[in-house]
Design a protein around this ligand. Sequence first.
Ligand code: NAI
Ligand code: 15L
Length: 269
Amino acid sequence: MIGRLLITGAAGGLGRVLRVGLAGYADTLRLSDIADMEPAGQNEEVVVCDLADRQAVLALAEGCHGIVHLGGVSVEAAFDDLLGANLLGTYNIYEAARQAGIPRVLFASSNHAIGFHARTEKLDVTAPLRPDSLYGVSKCYGEALSRYYFDKFGVESACVRIGSCFPEPRDRRQLSTWFSPRDFVSLVKAVFDAPVTGHLIVYGVSSNRQLWWSNDHASFLGWTPQDSSEPFRAKVEATSPPENRRDPAVLYQGGTFAASGHFEDETEG
Ligand code: NAI
Ligand code: 15L
């Protein structure tokens, strides 16, 4: 049981999953986003805050005992948008954790930090970073920043390289990358229940049949995903076209993020 747990990005898809899934797990959930949220219920606090606003983030973290940092731009975007929400925002969160003495942060990283690895590779925690997008670069930055805050100040982190966390896998790629909301909730609890995490990278993925990532190094967490994309396979294969293995979106783990051109060129055109 943790005291007050701050969740950033609480208005987003995964924030809403955790708001329900972690009810009763923490004494208090402090829910924050730049967007409007449902009013606070029992054992909840709701705080609207722009992650890019340093003073606001320092105040936001005061009195918290852990942080789940989900907030930010969650897809490929213009660099200036990533700069405020993901780069400045993640710096502000780590600085707030340090100043408030918060011992552990769960950072929502992404599979797009390693999205330029081929699908034929099975990656473990030693795989080199190969971001497939500026968004992926922003997640590599968050992982590096968290490493710095651990090595220099002892702020622990679990950087979860989330695959595709949606109610169901949406296409053939997601049969490998799918991470059920239920498995995400249990991973968050395992991270905050662990006596020690140090600086940890974990792949956020369910027990799918064709896995690209190994979490063997994180077995000390005692976390085992319960779900698999397999029950959805027939539906996905009936509704998504067969894959062409020469298509870069099929060759690389990051899918369309790896295959797309430079975001700002596309928006200017
Ligand atoms: P989302 O886009 O639904 O939610 C992100 C939330 O962050 C939004 O509610 C948005 O208003 C908030 N936000 C954006 N800029 C902000 C700012 N400057 N200040 C405060 N809040 C701000 O994304 P989702 O799917 O809930 O993902 C949550 C996190 O997990 C993101 O960091 C995303 O990159 C990461 N992730 C999610 C995956 C998924 O499959 N859902 C896969 C990999 C990573
Ligand atoms: C992500 O990082 C995104 O936040 C999410 O919207 C999906 O695109 C996911 O990766 C994915 O790779 O399926």
